[in-house]
Structure formats: C-alpha cells, structure tokens
Design a protein around this ligand. Structure first.
Ligand code: G
Ligand code: G
Ligand code: MN
Ligand code: NA
Length: 254
C-alpha cells in the first residue's frame, strides 16, 4: 500500500518516535538544548527516515496531525525532564514548509505548550530558510505571532535557501543554524571556512546566536570556537538518540 496510508496508520498506532540530538555551548562544553528528530519504526521495514516520509506528509495533508503530534510530544518530553530536575535545556522542533504556511502552526504550538506545561522560552521552532523565502510577507506575520507566544525562532539549513538579507533583517529570529554542507569540508575548504566565518559574524552583528550543524571533528569545532560560534550539533558529540538514552546523557550516566 501507498506510503501515505501506511504513515497514517503509523501515527495512529504509535510507530513514530522522537529522537533527540544534543546542542552544545561551544565556550562551556555543556548541553544547552536538543533538536527533536522524528523516526518511524515500521514493524516490517524497520526504520524509515524523515527524509522519506516528511515529503509525503507535506503533500498529503498529513503534516498537520503529524506536526501537531511531534510538537506536543517534544514539549511533554522536555517538561518531563524539567520535572525530574535534570539540567535545564531547550527543545527545538522542525517545522516544514506546508506546516508553516498552510496549517495553524500558531494554534498548534500554543496547544502543545498549554498541554505540556512547558514554559515557552524552553521551546525553539526551526524553520528552513526556503520556507521563509517562499512567501516572506506572510511568513513575517506567522513569525511575529509565534514570537508573541514567547518561544525562540531558528532558521534551519541557513545558507542553502536564497533568502534575501533584506527579508532576514525584518524577521524576529533568535538563532541561525549554519547548514552542515558548509561545515563538512572544514578545514580543507577555504571557501567553506570563509562562508562559515561570514555567517557567524553576520548573524551575531544582527543580534542572533549562531549554531553550526554537522560537526564531526575536533578541527571543525576548534575552527568554530576561534570564530566565536555559539553552539554546535553533530556526531562529534552525539548522533540523535532515543529519549531514554538522551535522559542518561542529561543525568551524566552516558
Ligand atoms: O534526522 P534526519 O535525521 O534524517 O532528519 C532529516 C530531516 O527531516 C531533517 O532535516 C528535518 O528537516 C526533517 N525532520 C525531522 N524531524 C522532523 C519533524 O518532527 N518535523 C518536520 N517537519 N521535519 C522533520
Ligand atoms: O535538516 P535538519 O538540519 O533539521 O536535519 C539534520 C540532519 O542532519 C538529521 O538528519 C541528522 O540526523 C543529521 N545529522 C546530525 N548531525 C550530523 C553530523 O554530524 N553529520 C551528518 N552527516 N549528519 C548529521
Ligand atoms: Mn533542523
Ligand atoms: Na539543518
């Protein structure tokens, strides 16, 4: 059967799960947050990646219920860690193009915060640069309404999406996430080092914090430290992991 109806079943039967990847403060080395990344565990096929099912959800309208589930799940998990007295961290949730422009993302986020009890400042929403470039005026209205809830906003995959700097400066963005394609070939690629350096300087001069994605080596981390990048994510620290494993990391047991 088609992936779409299988995905519908998976959501109904609880075959979806959130994994969490730590976000590290480069200056202190401590975990300051995590990104929630959806996983589908099919009883027959095994793990199906979001790269395969998110596009299907986007075109089928399933992204509404799927996104709502993910938001509430992430908020409830983060609040549960707070209730257990674990180190205070934020949780970042991805919002895709259709989810951002065509669903009630503001109402959905408000509901997730209310139901979980998570303080809004502990939630970050990641929106891709291309979603903002698509319809910048509508995007600005949605971003302002989200921002009014008290949460943090991040631009995901920054550098890959052709958003204009004229629009960027109007958006109420807290964090720029440098796409992993610019980090991968550091320190071999002089171009990528120049781009990453420029994005860090630009973001910070516009009052934003900057996070580098896809950090895999000590040399990459050292480059980012030298250029004042605030945070990183990547296999150098950890792959995305199940909630129980992430909890061990927070407890200092992993
Ligand atoms: O986790 P990787 O682990 O394979 O994730 C691939 C892509 O899938 C991410 O870049 C992200 O954009 C998207 N993705 C993962 N989880 C979610 C989610 O909960 N919601 C949305 N909209 N996209 C997600
Ligand atoms: O598009 P988005 O940035 O939301 O998704 C991040 C994707 O990058 C996820 O699929 C995640 O599993 C993956 N990822 C996270 N850290 C690393 C890394 O260090 N190296 C690589 N190659 N991929 C990573
Ligand atoms: Mn992301
Ligand atoms: Na990204």
């Amino acid at each position: 059967i088609a992936l779409e109806s299988r995905l519908r079943n998976a959501l109904a039967q609880g075959h979806l799960q959130l994994f969490y990847q730590p976000q590290i403060d480069i200056a202190s080395g401590s975990i300051i947050g995590c990104e929630a990344l959806m996983r589908w565990f099919d009883p027959v096929e095994g793990m199906i990646s979001p790269g395969r099912f998110i596009p299907v959800a986007e075109t089928s309208g399933l992204i509404g219920p799927l996104g709502a589930w993910g938001l509430e799940q992430a908020c409830c998990q983060a609040q549960s860690w707070r209730d257990q007295g674990l180190p205070a961290i934020s949780v970042a949730v991805n919002v895709s193009l259709h989810q951002f422009l065509l669903t009630d993302i503001v109402g959905c986020t408000r509901k997730a915060l209310e139901r979980s009890g998570l303080p809004a400042e502990c939630l970050e929403l990641e929106i891709t640069e291309s979603a903002l470039a698509e319809r910048p005026d509508e995007a600005l209205v949605v971003l302002r309404n989200l921002k009014n809830l008290g949460l943090r906003l991040a631009i995901d995959d920054f550098g890959t999406g052709y958003s204009s700097l004229a629009h960027l400066k109007r958006f109420p963005i807290d964090l720029l996430k440098i796409d992993q394609s610019f980090i991968r070939d550091i320190p071999q690629s002089a171009d990528d080092m120049a781009i990453s350096h420029a994005v860090i300087a630009m973001g910070q001069s516009m009052g934003m914090e900057v996070l580098a994605e896809g950090v895999e080596t000590a040399a990459q981390l050292e480059f980012l430290r030298q250029h004042g990048c605030n945070f990183y994510q990547g296999y150098f620290c950890s792959k995305p992991m199940a909630a129980t494993d992430f909890e061990k990391l927070l407890r200092g047991e992993a």
